[in-house]
Structure formats: C-alpha cells, structure tokens
Design a protein around this ligand. Structure first.
Ligand SMILES: *[C@@H]1O[C@H](CO)[C@@H](O)[C@H](O)[C@H]1NC(C)=O
Ligand SMILES: *[C@@H]1O[C@H](CO)[C@@H](O)[C@H](O)[C@H]1NC(C)=O
Length: 425
C-alpha cells in the first residue's frame, strides 16, 4: 500500500499583532500579516499577503478512516447540504430550485453521526476524519475572536455560522442581536439552530461590518471546524443576508469581487479580492457560471468526453458526486470497477493494477484527476476513487468537490459571474 499516510491535524492560528491593524481597504497593499502555522510540535511562521489565509485540512490513512465509510460520509454531507440549500432557495424566491429532483426522498436509514456510532472504536473516527474540510482563520466580533479549527470556506453554501461554544457575542462590542433565529435540519438526522447576530467579521486582515453570523446554540453536527463560511450566491442563504464575501465587496474592503482557492497538500490558500498569480501556471481558464440557482454552476465541463450538463464547483464537498448511471458508465469506460451499494455507486480498481484515468475538460483545456484523488480510499483489495455516484437530490447534476479541485487554483468572480481554473503552482 503506497498511499501516503498523514494524520496530522494542522491548527492555524492567526498572529494578531499586525494583521488586525491592517486596514480593510488596502487589498493589494504590500503589508504582510504573519500567520503562525502550528503543527503538532512546532510552529512554522510564514509571511503571506494579508489578503490571503492559509488553509489546512485533516487527513488520515484511508484504511484507518474506514475506506468506503469515508466516501459515504462525504455523500451524506453533500446530500444534507444541497437539500438545505434547496429549502432556502424556495423560502427566498418562492420557486423550486431548477436543479432540485423533487421526487428525491431523504434516505434516512443511512448511518447518522451519533453517540452510539462514536462508541464503536476505530470506526468512530470515520465520521469526523471523513469530513476532510479545508479550514482557515476567520474571526468574529470586537476584539476579534479566533477559534482553533478555523472556518470551513464553502463555495457550496451561503451562510456563515459557528458551532456551539466558540463565538461569544456578549464579549463583542460590535455584536447586535437581530432577534432572528435559524434552524437547519439535515436529512441525515443532524441539526443545528441558534441566533443570528450582526457583527464584524475579520478575515485575512479584511473586515466585513454588520455581517450576519449564526451563533449555533445547539448542534449535533460532528465537525472539526469551528463553523462554516458560505461563499455561494445570496439566493441560497437561509439568513436572507449577504454571504460574507459580498459584504466585503459592497463595503469596499476588496476592490475586485474575486477570490481564489489553491487547494494543495502544502500551502493551501484562499485569496480574497485578488488572485495570486504566483500560485498558478499560465492564465485562468474562465468558464461561464449560471448563478440563477444559487450555486457556482457551469454547463461547460466534460468528463472523459461525457458532457456534464450541470456541475457545481463546491469547495465544501470532499468528493466528486454524479448521477449513479453516469458514474457507472464513465467508470467502466475508464477501466474501473463499479461497486454498487444500495443506491450508491463507488468506482474503484484492484490495488496494484492500472488505475482508471479521469480527465475533465473545460474550454478545450484538460485537467487530469490527480493520483491522490484516484487513490481516495481503500476497501479491502480495492482502491476507491474520489468519484462517487449518488442521487443526492440534484437533477443530472455533478458536484465537483475537493477531489477535482486539489492541485488546481480555482478562481471565483462575483463581479463577472464566472469561475475558472489554472494548474496549481
Ligand atoms: C430523482 O429521484 C428519484 C427518487 O430518488 C430517482 O428515482 C430518480 O432517478 C431521480 N431522477 C434524476 C433525474 O436524478
Ligand atoms: C443587521 O443588519 C441588517 C442588514 O444590514 C439590518 O437591516 C439590520 O437592521 C441589522 N440589525 C441590527 C439589530 O443591527
């Protein structure tokens, strides 16, 4: 088994001294903020421009995480998130989201995160480790409250909320109780609820004033991140308020409505208000985005020559999810083995044999699925890829999650409603 094992939790902490002093308008300024990037034993300090944050993620050995269980967990999360977004969209617009399969019913018999599951020993870690979220520092309130674990920056949702026990509005001079509450009921049986505050959000030395922040007072969503910061479009925001990047843009904290994710094993980063040309090769290959359903949705992609009618670029989903029949076909044609389990499809190959190859294409440019996304998990003698087939309630839709995005630089532009890719440098 040649899979590289890493089970180090990187905790990002933000060194306050200079970054907080950085004014929110100097997006392209040369000022540097110091990020203390602390690993298990030693702190590595790096200078990064203050409009960027370093991201980190928790990884574990695929086998230790339970292989298939890890993929299932990612499917559950995606299903839950999209179902919630569809509900929000209906509440906000009065219309059923065009991407929603309304005949889809939650598969509530799926294993849910629960205390009983956690008591099962080794497997109990799968539901936490399987999340594999990209997180980075983001603070709330005045003075800024930073949380270990960081925020999960998610281009697949649009609200900002914090899990219980982190944000303390009574210790923030800028917190305003909006009198509104929120409640998310996920299809896998988990839920979160709490109060919505207006408060100052600080990220990468930029400040969003009066940002809607959900302070969860109850939650049974197992998570290693402090919370989620949604970066999709306003129409799927449950809070019916601007996502934080919109607030930054409207208030002039950033002069361009662009942000860029560089997801890679080392030095993963999120740039706000600018794209870091040192982090990618060549030019950004821009694709047209249809924002009418609230997601970073494009119809320009193909996978191994098969057109993807709808694909959603989603940094908050670990895997690539497609319709089961399409995934089966593409997997078999690529030389993979299809493993059906219930209504889900996994695509794998026998360890030691030639792995299937997957190539995405946008505007004539090809992006091969990276080897670590092909060797995503292990299930006995099989290696499972990060491409799964599951009816998560999307009509003919694909979710292009981290398995697609790793080793790319992904750019998002709310001014021109477009997204793009370039090879990561
Ligand atoms: C919609 O959901 C139903 C029920 O899960 C499923 O049988 C059907 O295949 C789905 N349709 C599409 C187009 O995904
Ligand atoms: C919170 O912000 C919204 C949007 O700016 C505003 O309409 C509302 O009055 C604010 N609420 C409070 C309590 O400050």
């Amino acid at each position: 088994m040649k899979l590289f094992l890493l089970s180090v939790v990187f905790i990002l902490t933000f060194c306050t001294t200079r970054s907080f002093a950085a004014s929110h308008h100097s997006v392209d300024s040369k000022h540097k903020a110091r990020l203390a990037h602390s690993t298990a034993n030693k702190a590595v300090e790096r200078d990064v421009p203050h409009h960027a944050v370093l991201l980190s993620k928790t990884r574990g050995h695929p086998k230790a995480r339970g292989g298939k269980a890890q993929l299932k967990e990612a499917i559950n999360r995606a299903q839950a998130k999209y179902q919630q977004s569809f509900k929000n969209y209906l509440a906000n617009t009065g219309n059923v989201n065009k991407l929603q399969n309304t005949s889809f019913v939650h598969d509530i018999v799926r294993p849910r995160r629960s205390k009983t599951k956690r008591q099962q020993g080794v497997d109990s870690l799968t539901d936490i480790d399987g999340e594999l979220l990209w997180t980075g520092p983001q603070a709330f309130g005045t003075p800024p409250q930073y949380f270990a674990g960081g925020q999960d920056f998610d281009t697949g949702s649009s609200d900002t909320f914090v899990n219980p026990g982190y944000y303390n509005p009574s210790k923030s001079s800028t917190a305003r109780d909006t009198g509104k509450t929120f409640s998310v009921q996920y299809g896998d049986g988990t839920s979160a609820s709490g109060k919505i505050y207006n408060d100052t959000l600080t990220v990468a030395g930029l400040q969003a004033f009066g940002q809607a922040v959900g302070d969860a007072t109850s939650s049974d969503i197992g998570s290693e991140s402090a919370g989620i910061s949604g970066m999709a479009f306003p129409s799927i925001a449950q809070f019916q308020r601007d996502p934080f990047f919109y607030t930054l843009r409207k208030q002039g904290a950033v002069s361009r409505g662009v942000f860029g994710f560089g997801l890679s094993k080392e030095n993963a980063r999120l740039d706000l208000g600018t794209l870091d040309s040192d982090s990618y090769e060549g030019d950004i290959n821009w694709v047209t985005i249809d924002d009418s359903n609230g997601f970073w949705q494009t119809s320009q992609g193909t996978l191994n020559g098969v057109p993807l009618l709808t694909s959603i670029i989603d940094t908050g989903t670990t895997v690539i999810v497609g319709a089961p029949d399409q995934v089966s076909l593409i997997c078999l044609q690529a030389g993979g083995i299809v493993i059906a389990e219930g209504t889900d499809i996994f695509c794998g190959y026998v360890e030691g044999m030639a792995p299937p190859q997957f190539t995405f294409e946008f505007n004539g440019q090809q992006y091969m699925l990276s080897r670590d996304a092909i060797d995503f998990a292990q299930d006995g003698p099989l290696i499972l890829t990060g491409i799964v087939g599951s009816g998560i309630g999307l009509l003919d839709g694909w979710v292009l999650g981290d398995a697609f995005l790793r080793n790319l630089y992904a750019a998002f532009d709310i001014d021109n409603i477009r997204a793009g890719f370039a090879p990561r440098r």
